[in-house]
Design a protein around this ligand. Sequence first.
Ligand code: HEM
Length: 253
Amino acid sequence: MELFRDFFEPGYGAELLSRWGHYLAGVTWIGLLYYFNFVQTPAFAEMTAESRSEALRKITWRALWWFRFGALLTLLTGLMILGFQKNLGSDFSTYFQTVPGTSIAFGAIVGITMFTNVWVIIWPAQKIVIGSAERVAAGGEADPRAATVAKPAARASRANTLMSIPMLFFMAFTTHGVDLFRDTGEIGGDTLLVAWIVFVVVLAAIEGAALGWFGGYDGPLAKVFFDDHKMTIMWGFVAWVVLYFVAFEAIIA
Ligand code: HEM
């Protein structure tokens, strides 16, 4: 069977099946992320406290299961692709100095930041918020922590929405866009360093704003990036313009 020929070699069956799993898991994760940001949050703002509580306990709870395990499977399958390509092993240092290697490094680091936001900020906060709704529904007292954890979780969720836009570009660009670049060999050390500085500045601005580094969760940058989901989408494209046109077109190419 063709699928199993040279199964574990780069470009063969194991890598292909990992890519398939990566698409399925990624669609599940990012689809639910967009549902939370574009559908659930505005809808919750219009609902009564009772309806919101019921929706949290019946809908959000279930959605969060698929969301967080979708994120986990996306990460694992992404690392599997890199592993089967041998880019985490013998080819590590050469691969990550090329255009495709730099592209997937940018995409994967943004993806891993998003994964960390899910498991370290969003999910623990939602557990408290939904647990509190359960207690109130059963006639008990609300958990006082629910009010304080909601904002950091909302900011992290918006940051993930923003970052998903350039992240997905770099996922695709790695294999389907490198032919645009005439020189696909190793990039010079200084050039690569400058491109990486641009990347770190962009990532720190977005993630730092979500973590409240610049004047708290309602600091100016956080408000501009995250208050309105349409602005979040717009800033996602701005981040892409800087990462692609500055780091790749102006610096690397
Ligand atoms: C969480 C960390 C992530 C890692 C480590 C990761 C890793 C990778 C790797 C190694 C590739 C293969 C690049 C190549 O050589 O063509 C890839 C491609 C891709 N990834 Fe990710 N990824 C992550 C997150 C995501 C997310 C959240 C999505 C959202 C849907 C996603 C969607 C894709 C897509 C569509 C491709 C293109 C595959 C292709 O061109 O065949 N990835 N990713």
